[in-house]
Design a protein around this ligand. Structure first.
Ligand code: SAH
Length: 216
């Protein structure tokens, strides 16, 4: 595996950071983390020229690496601190998990596609993201054995918030989830108490659908 992160990559990455800052991302810690994660390593090496464009991109198995702007929006909405234990649904390329990890969070990430799971586990290990734990499983169920979580991020589209995930959120915890069928409304849920939740919305986005069960 070629893990080179050259001056050219770093230069392109700084331009990407400026780009998403211009699009309205103000959280300095999020911009800093995006400036650190070598996104080109999370895509096939023949697409290195696409890695630092603000675009989603296919990563195989019919899946995509999220657009950097979308990663920045979701990460900003989560208000990450280094004390946070974060559950991610949809590891995919591992890029979003790496951004959360750069911000100091302990990341627990679930992927349902076994091939993506194996490929991304190897990649995150070899780059050295030690505070990301990956699980092959169905995100609809969350990770009850590691709950509760301070933050939950869902990176695939769902119509309704999976109830298992609501139960695994700490009181005062935040969940960021794209809700809707054709296009998704970015939604942030705060758990106010055992039974009470508050919901805010933040514009339209496009995600691949969240699917049930594990795929071989
Ligand atoms: N966070 C990813 C974005 C990946 S796209 C990144 O930074 O690259 C969404 C991912 O969610 C896909 O890899 C897809 O396989 C996965 N997914 C879909 N339904 C799921 C489920 N029920 N449980 C876990 N992962 C799921």
């Amino acid at each position: 595996m070629n893990l080179e992160d050259s001056f050219r990559h770093k230069g392109l990455r700084q331009r990407l950071v400026n780009d998403i800052e211009r699009k309205g991302i103000t959280d300095k810690k999020v911009l800093e983390a995006i400036g650190k994660v070598p996104r080109h390593l999370f895509m096939d090496s023949s697409f290195v020229n696409m890695a630092y464009k603000d675009q989603a991109f296919p990563i195989g198995e019919g899946q995509t690496i999220s657009q950097p702007y979308t990663v920045a929006v979701q990460t900003s909405l989560l208000k990450i601190t280094p004390e946070d234990k974060v559950l991610e649904i949809g590891t995919g390329s591992g890029y979003q998990a790496a951004v959360l990890s750069e911000m100091g969070a302990a990341v627990y990430s679930i992927e349902r596609q076994s091939r993506l799971y194996s490929k991304t586990s190897r990649l995150l290990k070899s780059i050295g993201y030690k505070n990301v734990k990956m699980f092959l499983g169905d995100g609809y169920e969350g990770l009850p054995e590691f709950a509760p979580f301070d933050k939950i991020i869902v990176t695939a589209a769902v119509d309704e918030v999976p109830s298992a995930l609501l139960l695994q959120l700490k009181t005062n915890g935040l969940m960021v989830i794209p809700l809707g069928e054709r296009s998704q409304t970015m939604t942030r849920i705060r758990r106010l108490s055992e039974e009470d939740f508050e919901q805010e919305t933040f514009g339209q986005f496009a995600f691949v659908p969240m699917l049930k069960g594990i795929a071989k």
